[in-house]
Design a protein around this ligand. Structure first.
Ligand SMILES: N[C@@H](CCC(=O)N[C@@H](CS)C(=O)NCC(=O)O)C(=O)O
Length: 294
């Protein structure tokens, strides 16, 4: 213990439920379900249980891209899992993801339904299932997978590290913010240098590596995660910015980021998606207008 740090860890850590941080009511040091809740199943082969966080959006972008390419087998129902309400701890959800985190996917087109959890694993599963957005040539495929796994290993420093301490922690801790800002800026520079001479993450073609990285790092540039673009001087990463805007302009990306979204402009929120026509008729602005009509 010293003056700068009055806290000294106890011999044995105890769970204080009221630690004041955001998500304190749902965070737990134990796994497993907290309540019984059946998982809904719709009419399509693929059943997605998710929320439009960056990890969730990776998958809805992939599914919309597959559909745009003409893969009708990628039709899906997207069910809302509100992690602030603890839906990730319902028994039906935990059967699909024992780790209680969105996104989670059930594929009902296989002999017996196949569960897939972890967004990187889901992207790879879908890419292999449909033979799309994953290069087949050995070196290009290896490069794509390297960036996919880079994202899975790196984003927790951006989200769980930087985002947590910059936005969610109950008080601002300079040491923690400095540490994770440093790492986040280093990661932005990794991407910026790579994109200086590559159009997409694994070369000339758009792949699951771009779909994994864009929802996190592209959204930092667009100031849509943590509202930290200015703090991180995101506009100075010119190549990352060029790539971000190119991907943001894709129709499938614009649709994908609306699915299971429960915050932001009402016209961008499609709480659940069960049909392609839902984008035109079931966004929250339309739903509220329908409810308001006498
Ligand atoms: N490595 C996982 C991370 C998933 C994840 O952290 N999901 C968050 C939302 S972005 C979540 O469900 N959090 C709920 C909780 O921690 O209780 C993946 O990429 O799928």
């Amino acid at each position: 213990m010293n003056e700068a740090s009055p806290y000294a860890p106890a011999k044995v850590w105890k769970w204080e439920q009221e630690n004041g941080g955001e998500f304190a009511s749902t965070n737990r040091p134990i796994a497993g379900p907290t309540h019984d809740k059946e998982r809904p199943v719709g009419k399509h082969p693929l059943q997605l249980y998710s929320l439009a966080t960056p990890n969730g959006v990776k998958i809805t972008i992939m599914l919309e891209e597959l559909l745009a390419l003409g893969h009708s087998g990628a039709e899906y129902d997207a069910w809302l899992i509100n992690i602030r309400n603890g839906d990730q701890f319902g028994s039906g959800f935990v059967e699909v993801n024992p780790n209680s985190k969105i996104p989670a996917l059930m594929d009902h087109s296989t002999k017996s339904p196949t569960r897939v959890f972890e967004s990187g694993a889901i992207l790879l599963y879908l890419a292999e299932k449909f033979g799309a957005f994953l290069p087949t040539e050995h070196q290009a495929r290896t490069e794509c997978l390297s960036w996919l796994f880079w994202q899975m290993g790196s984003a927790p420093y951006l989200g769980g590290g930087f985002g947590h301490f910059y936005v969610y922690a109950p008080h601002k801790i300079e040491y923690a913010i400095d540490r994770f800002t440093m790492e986040t800026k280093r990661q932005l520079d990794v991407l910026d240098r790579h994109l200086a001479d590559h159009r997409y993450m694994s070369g000339d073609t758009y792949t699951i590596a771009d779909m994994a990285i864009w929802p996190w790092y592209g959204n930092v540039v667009l100031n849509k995660v943590y509202e930290a673009a200015e703090f991180l001087q995101a506009e100075t990463y010119k190549n990352l910015s060029r790539w971000t805007h190119e991907i943001a302009g894709r129709d499938a990306v614009q649709r994908g980021r609306m699915v299971n979204r429960i915050s932001g402009p009402l016209e961008e929120q499609l709480h659940e998606r069960h049909d392609a026509s839902d984008f035109a008729s079931k966004t929250q602005d339309k739903r509220q207008a329908q409810n308001a009509t006498p």
